[in-house]
Design a protein around this ligand. Structure first.
Ligand code: MN
Length: 258
């Protein structure tokens, strides 16, 4: 088994080092990750500046690009082979509910999925690297079991996994979840720069809005490991019928066309 590891916190983050250590004897593992923190970069690709690949003393390769850049470059030439699995993380903080849209951790995994490779994004719920060993062991056991059950190397899938910061023995079982929702983010933070200009800082993510039973928020609050299968098709399939009627009405009122 060949595994490509990336993340969005940068190649020096404790989470990616722990993930590599946990998986290095499970498979042939390569790490290709951003040089800098790229949290909240989603699926962004760098199109207007050159990128360079460097190798750190521990063998990790790093790129002055985004998480998706790293996986994209790896899969389109740098690796020279197709990995069986892309694993992203372990992220410093939750990627639940709406976070998944912004997450660079999920973005790296999604890039693998878009290229037809099964992919998992791992995140710790709290942002302090607490109980990182337990999260790494969770990732290792999940990958091992998936490999034993021949889930890896088949058709592509994309899993989002959030792990509470708990000792391994206190972690609940893996619970299959849907994404919850968050409230809108908190207000933007403004400060005055030394030159008298107003600086804007994006505010913190909002608290949970939908944390009902069945969501990732609910599962992790109960100490469970939340696992959510993701897809990329953003079409609102449930409302296609409604929009078909609406589109028909819009056409009726359109006298500018043919
Ligand atoms: Mn991050």
């Amino acid at each position: 088994m060949k595994i490509l590891i990336s993340n969005d916190d940068g190649y020096q983050a404790p989470g990616i080092v722990a993930l590599y250590e946990a998986l290095k004897d499970v498979a042939e593992v390569e790490v290709i990750a951003p040089e800098q923190n790229n949290s909240a970069k989603s699926n962004a690709l760098t199109l207007n500046s050159p990128m360079y690949v460097n190798r750190a003393s521990n063998g990790f390769r790093y790129i002055n690009g985004t998480p998706a850049d790293c996986v994209h470059i790896a899969l389109t030439g740098l690796l020279g082979y197709r990995p069986d699995l892309v694993v992203s993380g372990i992220n410093n903080g939750a990627n639940m509910g709406d976070d998944t849209i912004y997450s660079g951790t999920v973005g790296a995994a999604m890039e693998g999925y878009l290229f037809g490779v099964p992919a998992i994004a791992f995140s710790q719920v709290e942002k302090n690297w607490g109980e990182l060993d337990a999260a790494a062991r969770t990732a290792r056991e999940l990958v091992l079991k998936m490999s034993q059950q021949k889930l890896i190397g088949t058709s592509p899938w994309l899993l989002n996994v959030n792990i509470p910061n708990l000792p391994f023995e206190q972690l609940g079982h893996v619970k299959l979840c849907r994404l919850g929702r968050r409230h809108a983010a908190e207000s933007v933070i403004t400060q005055t720069s030394p030159r008298g200009e107003t600086m804007y800082w994006i505010g913190a993510a909002g608290p949970a809005l939908d944390e009902a039973e069945g969501t990732d928020f609910h599962a992790t609050a109960q100490g469970h490991i939340a696992m959510t299968p993701l897809k990329v098709d953003l079409t609102d399939h449930d409302r296609l019928g409604y929009w078909a009627q609406t589109a028909a009405r819009l056409r009726q009122g359109d006298h500018s066309g043919s």
